[in-house]
Design a protein around this ligand. Sequence first.
Ligand SMILES: Nc1ncnc2c1ncn2[C@@H]1O[C@H](COP(=O)(O)OP(=O)(O)OP(=O)(O)O)[C@@H](O)[C@H]1O
Ligand SMILES: [Mg+2]
Length: 176
Amino acid sequence: MVIWLIGLSKSGKTTLTRLLYDRLKPMIPNLVRLDGDLIRELFGHDVDHTVGGRRKNAERLSHLSKFLSDQNIHVIAAVLSIFPEWRRWNRANIPGYAEVYLKTSLETVKRRDSDNLYIHALQGKIKNVVGVDIPFPEPEGSDLIIDNDAQRDDFEELISQIVSLPVIQKMIEGNR
Ligand SMILES: Nc1ncnc2c1ncn2[C@@H]1O[C@H](COP(=O)(O)OP(=O)(O)OP(=O)(O)O)[C@@H](O)[C@H]1O
Ligand SMILES: [Mg+2]
């Protein structure tokens, strides 16, 4: 089974997948955590942040997720997915695929922008930033939409919402 957490940069994908992994790993030993940025690193930074580079990375993430899932390794992945066709591919090809959309406004992610990604993109200093010069097609038909605009000190409530997904309950039951 594969769960993708999708959202803009700074929407909280890595934060929530880490917390989710820590919560689930003791109950689901055959669980791995993937992250779009980790996959770039693993493959030796051979793709850039252009739409073409992002497409290659999306393709790798989908195929790797399926490859692991087919061998009964469950996956939770943080992915800035901008390609509806790869989301559709996941749903069509990965049994037990679920999508969580971390919905945030551009205002929110600009506020959390510790590395000035959005500021620099809006000033035209850098290119290829999703939400500024690369469009972000919002996921359609997500299994769960989490509004992550509110400022939080702890993510317990959000993690509980994700853990309640039927696909995660099934993973837990499968390991009992
Ligand atoms: N609801 C929230 N309230 C306060 N801070 C938050 C909230 N959600 C996320 N953050 C903080 O925002 C920052 C960015 O989050 P995170 O790195 O998880 O985003 P991301 O979606 O993985 O971004 P990227 O695509 O750039 O890797 C982190 O410091 C995180 O703690
Ligand atoms: Mg991240």
